[in-house]
Ligand binder design. Sequence first.
Ligand code: FES
Ligand code: FES
Length: 195
Amino acid sequence: MPPRPVELNVNGRAYTLQLEPRVTLLDALREYAGLMGTKKGCDRGQCGACTVIANGRRINSCLTLAVMHEGETITTVEGLASNGALSPLQRAFIEHDAFQCGYCTPGQLCSATALLQEFRNGTASVVTADVRQRPAKLSDDEIRERMSGNICRCGAYANIVAAIRAAHEGSGQNAGTAGADHSDHRDNHDNRDNA
Ligand code: FES
Ligand code: FES
């Protein structure tokens, strides 16, 4: 099928991209919108490098089509900082040396940002002792389980868990704010300008 205009709201900015229906959200972000922060690892839902946040929910952008996300609010790693200031979680990743090569890091950050919000919302995981109750504490086991979809080939897991724990403990409500407020920076882009 021929390309058609697809409107995506990414990091508070409206993009109108000329996309074939078969284009994944990951390829739309990287190849058409020019947002290269989101990484392609496996392209088949196994590594989590492509994780972004869509309407507050973390998703593997390689497993979904861009046309399915028109009208949603999408946050990529480029949208986690606010007015040039890193989020508390991003700062914690630096302070705890939570990466080596950094290839998995955008996905880890988006996933952890959504994780912290999920925990604040009282969402249980499979290691939550009583799923009828709000999980009492974001333990390391909870963090590991909730981050299990994000693979790090460098094996920086211990420091990733430490960074997420620190952001959770130190930050209160703002640690993992799922994307900065970019509402003042909306404009329209056409992928033909970015191709
Ligand atoms: S690139 Fe999407 S899960 Fe690996
Ligand atoms: S820091 Fe290299 S893959 Fe995670």
